[in-house]
Design a protein around this ligand. Structure first.
Ligand code: NAD
Length: 367
């Protein structure tokens, strides 16, 4: 099996290096190959997603991705900005389902800005549709003299849209994920439940979304379904996050809600993600960005990337035992009291990116 390693920008190279060290000690036979992506690729080759990088990713069984983006590229025209690389990869690899678990590790409940009792034992999964919605809708653009109330003033516009097959396939993924979690004893034993998040009261796109999700649900009588408007979902996520099991939503609402859910757990530096296509090939990356503010300082938390590697082993490389080994190693390292700066608290030992990676490597070896 082939793994493409795309480290990207900012803290990307530092955190991916630690995940690769963990992969190396698992003694599994994978071929790995690295390529430039994002701002690093733009600087060297003039494009954030060069042809060779895309080819490598397309030929791989899985992609381990760091992060892309740096403020210094903010003035580039949109098509050349580092973030276009991730949008391009999602599109070309057909990655339509984004899994973002929000799990609160027992040792880190104090790191959440919510009361510990609200987050202790939190284990929810956000399934975000990745290839449709307003991020890819056409037409988009600007015009100088639109008709209407503000005639003569320039305006910008984007188009929100979803097709029936796009909604159907993400709904199936969410119902099946809820079923698997329930079978594994998830959601505090309360049974499988999917909450579909939309804005059906205002947007036609999301009234359609609600109708199609409801239709697909008829095939999953063992899974409960409820619908929430996105504004209410944002409130409920901080009021009673443990009430959720699986949340399924569109690209833009999922973008926002998954970051909100990330903060429930205390550190965005802890959260992995997987983006899968119909063949279970996928791209695995931490939920956070390239954190240019802390790049190159050996202080970034590599655990989200290491846990993304675990998701890769489970979903694309068919190595569930190795995935559990990596996850158990992370738990043991947290139990031993080691913390990077973002999750540090009184009484724990602060370590850098490299030291945290070494501790996980040692725990994997010892298992
Ligand atoms: P960010 O996630 O990079 O950082 C937000 C905050 O969290 C920062 O204070 C950062 O220091 C901290 N942080 C993030 N990851 C951390 C880690 N592993 N350990 C410790 N602290 C961590 O988001 P941002 O600052 O809004 O964006 C920075 C750049 O990243 C932008 O160019 C943005 O476009 C890009 N970005 C890329 C992706 C991606 O590659 N998929 C995702 C989000 C943002």
């Amino acid at each position: 099996m082939n793994i493409a390693i795309l480290s990207g920008d900012g803290i990307g190279p530092e955190i991916v290096a630690e995940a690769v060290r963990v992969l190396d000690v698992l003694d599994l036979r994978f071929d790995t190959e690295s390529a430039l992506v994002g701002g690093a690729a733009y600087a060297a080759l003039g494009h954030p997603l060069p042809e060779a990088t895309l080819k490598l990713a397309q030929g791989a069984d899985a992609v381990l991705f760091g992060a892309v983006g740096d403020w210094k590229y903010d003035t580039l025209e949109r098509s050349l900005r580092p973030e276009q690389a991730i949008l391009g990869l999602r599109k070309h690899l057909g990655l339509f389902a984004n899994f973002r678990p929000a799990i609160c590790h027992a040792q880190l409940t104090h790191a959440s800005s919510l009361k510990p009792e609200l987050v202790a034992g939190l284990d929810i999964l956000i399934v975000r549709e990745l290839t449709g919605d307003i991020y890819f809708g056409r037409p988009r653009g600007r015009r100088d003299a639109p008709d209407g109330e503000f005639t003569g003033h320039p305006e910008a516009f984007d188009t929100m849209r979803y097709t029936r097959p796009e909604i159907e396939r993400i709904a199936h993924v969410a119902f099946q994920a809820a079923r698997k979690r329930a079978a594994a004893g998830g959601h505090q034993g309360a049974g499988a439940r999917v909450t579909s998040v939309d804005k059906a009261n205002v947007l036609e796109t999301f009234q359609f979304w609600r109708d199609v999700v409801t239709e697909v649900h008829a095939q999953y009588p063992d899974v409960a379904l409820d619908h929430l408007y996105v504004d209410n979902a944002a409130m409920q996520l901080v009021k009673a996050p443990k009430a959720f099991d699986v949340i399924v939503t569109g690209n833009m609402f999922g973008d926002i809600l998954s970051d909100e859910a990330a903060m429930l757990t205390g550190s965005i530096g802890m959260l992995p993600s997987a983006s899968l296509n119909a063949q279970n090939r996928g791209l695995y990356e931490p939920s956070h960005g390239s954190a240019p503010d802390i790049a190159g300082k050996n202080i970034a938390n590599p655990l989200a990337t290491i846990l993304s590697l675990a998701m890769m082993l489970r979903y694309s490389l068919n190595q569930p035992e190795a995935a559990l080994r990596v996850e158990a190693a992370v738990t043991r390292v947290l139990e031993s009291g080691l913390r990077t700066a973002d999750i540090w608290s009184e009484g724990t030992q602060r370590v850098g990116t490299r030291e945290m990676g070494s501790a996980v490597v040692a725990a994997v070896k010892a298992a």
